[in-house]
Design a binder for this molecule. Structure first.
Ligand code: AVJ
Length: 319
């Protein structure tokens, strides 16, 4: 028996409203910032999939190696009947988990992108024809109201996406995950690890320029959704390793002094020549930090696994 359901927990225009608020706040402060979630329209999601196949971008391959090697252990440790995946995207790597979780009744992918959810569900229908899928269109950075699902539940947040949250947002997010869990439930977290800048920077500034196009795509999103007149050619892609904060920052640097109009917000934004707009933070972690942050949220760490080169970690915690 197969079933597929899709629930929109957000009003159709919630994204628009959130985008307007984020852009208004982000472009009127100094330094200017935009939250990374606005990269992911259909084109941005495709570009991200392309990034995951670049020779310089190791996190996806490293995480896949861990999932492949440890899926059976994860299945045994959790005995999960429901897998809830936050920010599921294409659900590509999740397949290894789905294959191993033999007692699974239900897969709940959660994503803001309806196109990604539909694509993932279609692909899963072919490879896992018996799997019940209940997709949720939701923003995982906001508290999530789950439909009643059978336990034990395994909540997964893969890909190192937690690194895109700032430390305060991370604490809030982990507390919200904790609030979703009942005793006997588990949380599986993917974190990219601190390593040499000579490896990190190229992963976010690849030779083929795919990450540059991904970064600039956010300007196309603002042009389309808010009627803005950004000229992406006047901005340069920048990736820097912030040693102190142990995070990568992606920025867009205006090559010239210019004023960009954002009609939907009745806004004119001045850029000085060389001024940078921060579009993403991608934090890298150490085991001690992940343990401390999970514990602070009321979760108890049980397992820590890395790939053979120690580049990426998956960790499991429980209530
Ligand atoms: C979405 C967290 C997996 O931060 O590495 C890839 C997004 N940004 N290249 C990351 C991203 C630039 C990515 N994650």
């Amino acid at each position: 028996m197969t079933s597929f359901a899709l629930t929109r927990t957000l009003p159709e225009d919630a994204g628009q409203e959130a985008l307007r608020t984020d852009v208004l706040h982000g472009l009127t402060r100094m330094p200017k910032t935009l939250p990374p979630k606005w990269f992911y329209d259909a084109h941005g999601s495709e570009l991200f999939e392309e990034i995951t196949e670049l020779p310089e971008y190791y996190p996806t391959r490293a995480e896949r190696e861990i999932l492949l090697g440890r899926a059976a252990e994860i299945a045994a440790a959790t005995g999960a009947r429901t897998l809830i995946e936050l920010g599921s995207g294409s659900s590509d790597k999740t397949r290894h988990l789905l294959d191993a979780l033999t007692g699974l009744d239900l897969y709940v992918p959660v994503d803001v992108s309806e196109s990604a959810l539909r694509g993932a569900a279609q692909a899963l229908h072919r490879t896992h024809p018996g799997l019940a899928v209940h997709a949720l269109i939701a923003d995982f950075t906001a508290p999530l109201a789950l439909p009643p699902v059978p336990g034990p539940r395994l909540v997964a947040f893969l890909g190192g996406t937690i690194g895109n949250l700032l430390p305060g947002e991370r604490a809030e997010f982990l507390a919200a995950v904790r609030a979703m869990l009942a005793p006997g439930d588990f949380f599986l977290l993917g974190t990219d690890l601190v390593k040499d800048a000579s490896v990190l920077v190229p992963a976010y500034d690849d030779a083929a320029g795919v990450t540059a196009r991904f970064n600039k795509n956010v300007l196309a999103v603002l042009n389309r959704e808010l009627g803005a007149d950004f000229d992406p050619d006047t901005f340069a892609h920048v990736a820097v390793w912030d040693e102190e904060n142990e995070w990568i920052e992606m920025r867009l640097r205006s090559a010239v002094a210019q004023t960009v109009k954002v009609p939907a917000l009745d806004l004119a934004v001045d850029f000085a020549a060389g001024e940078e707009l921060r579009t993403e933070v991608s934090a890298k972690f150490r085991q001690a930090g992940v343990r401390a942050e999970t514990r602070a949220a009321g979760l108890e760490p049980t397992h820590w696994w890395t790939d053979s080169e120690g580049r990426f970690a998956l960790s499991l915690s429980t209530v």
